[in-house]
Design a protein around this ligand. Structure first.
Ligand SMILES: NC(=O)c1ccc[n+]([C@@H]2O[C@H](COP(=O)([O-])OP(=O)(O)OC[C@H]3O[C@@H](n4cnc5c(N)ncnc54)[C@H](OP(=O)(O)O)[C@@H]3O)[C@@H](O)[C@H]2O)c1
Length: 293
């Protein structure tokens, strides 16, 4: 439970902290000056609905998404939401991921977010910087109090193993990857491995960027639950509850979608639903390369 809102199930981080499994994405926000005020209102509404986990990146609209999120969170905190209730995730581009460049990139993100600290700072994807160099940079930022935890994104199992072997690399707090009904490859190896480390997997594009919202195979299931196909797709990603350590960060651009997705976290799929889903979206039977969008 965070604040006065019922949270839709928590996941546990290696540090022992617990955070809601459902968060909100911000990709494509902050791109258009004329829409920004409305986007701030939307994110502000998300906080009122109960969202506490927010995912952004320096890449999104070249800082525009961080700016919009920063404004909304500043307003929410003025209205009495405490900083400690919020979990803000941002990401550094691979070209800024050396220990030397990380510091400045993080300061820029903090300024746009109007925050003193990022709760979880991720390497957006793997570039040419040696992982040990990036980890050193993350550790420096942690010592200065600029970030609380660090992690990675778009790392497949071989990358994760390499990371775990560099000095300090085992402290990685999360890996954010594409995980959805149509992209179940991580169930083969990455998700079980992260489970053993008690390292949450943050599922991005859990509705396949909206594609699953119209999927005909999901309609009968949705009807059975008086829900929408998008809600079924989201409930499926979150189906295993806190044990699985899966978070989801759908993006929603309307009040209705924000509310639908919030409600979807409480939607319980039964074994009959899951079997029907497996027939249309079969689980992996061999290693599949990580999907990247
Ligand atoms: N680490 C990475 O490399 C990476 C890559 C991709 C994404 N991400 C993060 O993950 C977040 C989510 O991924 P995503 O934006 O790619 O895709 P997504 O969340 O799977 O899908 C978003 C799309 O689904 C629609 N939608 C949302 N809720 C809906 C509902 N209840 N009913 C019907 N349609 C609904 C949205 O439309 P409306 O806008 O109209 O609501 C939007 O078009 C991003 O915003 C970003 O923060 C990270």
């Amino acid at each position: 439970m965070h604040g006065h809102h019922r949270s839709p199930g928590d996941v546990t981080f290696p540090s022992g902290e617990e955070w809601p499994a459902l968060g909100l994405g911000t990709w494509r926000l902050g791109e258009d000056e004329a829409r920004m005020a409305a986007e701030v209102r939307m994110l502000r509404l998300a906080v009122d609905i109960g969202y506490r986990v927010f995912d952004t990146a320096e890449m999104y609209a070249e800082g525009g998404a961080e700016r919009v999120l920063g404004q909304a969170l500043a307003q929410a905190m003025q209205a009495g939401v405490s900083r400690e209730e919020l979990f803000v995730v941002s990401k550094v581009l691979p070209q800024n991921a050396s220990a030397a460049a990380l510091e400045a990139a993080c300061q820029r993100s903090l300024q746009r977010l109007q925050l003193e600290r990022i709760d979880l700072y991720l390497l957006h994807w793997r570039g040419h910087t040696p992982l040990a160099d990036t980890v050193r940079g993350f550790e420096q930022l942690q010592r200065r109090g600029c970030i609380r935890q660090w992690g990675v994104s778009n790392f497949d199992l071989d990358d994760m193993r390499e990371l775990a072997a560099v000095p300090g690399g085992a402290a990685c707090a999360a890996n954010q990857v594409h995980y959805s009904l149509s992209q179940r490859g991580v169930e083969w190896d990455l998700l079980p491995w992260q489970g053993l480390q008690q390292m949450p997997l943050m599922a991005y594009s859990p509705i396949d960027q909206g594609e699953l919202a119209d999927h005909p195979a999901l309609r009968p299931l949705a009807q059975r639950h008086r829900a929408t196909p998008a809600q079924v797709a989201l409930a499926w990603v979150l189906r295993q509850g806190r044990q699985a350590g899966v978070m989801a960060i759908p993006k929603a651009g309307s009040a209705m979608h924000l509310r639908h997705n919030w409600a979807a976290a409480a939607l319980q799929l039964d074994s009959q639903d899951l079997a029907a889903i497996d027939r249309v979206f079969p689980p992996p039977r061999r290693k599949q390369a990580l999907s990247m969008r």
